[in-house]
Design a protein around this ligand. Structure first.
Ligand code: SAM
Ligand code: ZN
Length: 170
């Protein structure tokens, strides 16, 4: 089976100033427009640790113990969406695998998400987004930050939003 992610025809992958390659708009994209849908295998956390060296960061977390992504290195190219992280992103998540514009986006802008929208993990890594509000260090538990919970309401992966709602109720 030819397993792959969907990327809108209004996008293209090219060299990014943030890191490596990134996804860019080639025409104007309107707020709410769908830019991509993640494809892949449903992979448990234990399996992920075993195959991680083959697939890098080409997966997305979809629940505490599950990610969606490639199982083999030769599937990475078709499944990776090339969405880099920015602390001032223009893309959000609708559900768990669908990515939509959070605002109107001009042609040639890089399409970025905030990894806080999708990750519940235990990493810490330096951010190279160069935005005025850059957090400098991004972490796998950034979704717990109140400021981000407010900023991205409606754009978190559903499993993260459920956690936030649970905490808010008490
Ligand atoms: C899904 S890949 C994005 C595509 C990647 N740039 C490439 O060329 O393969 C995610 C990886 O890109 C890098 N990355 C994304 N956003 C970054 C940022 N703001 N600062 C530093 N590295 C970033 C990190 O290595 C991260 O694990
Ligand atoms: Zn940043």
């Amino acid at each position: 089976m030819n397993i792959k992610s969907y990327l809108s025809p209004k996008t293209r992958v090219k060299k990014s100033l943030i890191e490596g390659r990134g996804l860019f708009g080639i025409r104007q994209i309107k707020k709410g427009e769908l830019v991509g849908i993640k494809g892949g295998h449903i992979i448990g956390w234990k399996t992920l640790q075993r195959i991680r060296h083959l697939i890098g960061d080409s997966y997305f977390q979809i629940d505490d113990d599950f990610v969606i992504g490639p199982l083999k290195s030769n599937e990475v190219g078709k499944i990776m969406m090339f969405l880099n992280h920015s602390c001032n992103p223009n893309i959000g998540v609708r559900g768990e695998i669908t990515f939509v514009a959070m605002r109107d986006i001009k042609a040639e802008e890089e399409l970025t998400i905030d990894y806080a929208m999708v990750d519940n993990d235990i990493y810490k890594t330096k951010c190279n987004c160069a935005q005025k509000n850059c957090r400098k260090i991004i972490a796998g538990k950034d979704w717990q930050k109140k400021t981000l919970q407010k900023k991205y309401r409606g754009y978190f992966s559903r499993y993260i939003q459920d956690k936030i709602d649970k905490i808010s109720v008490g």
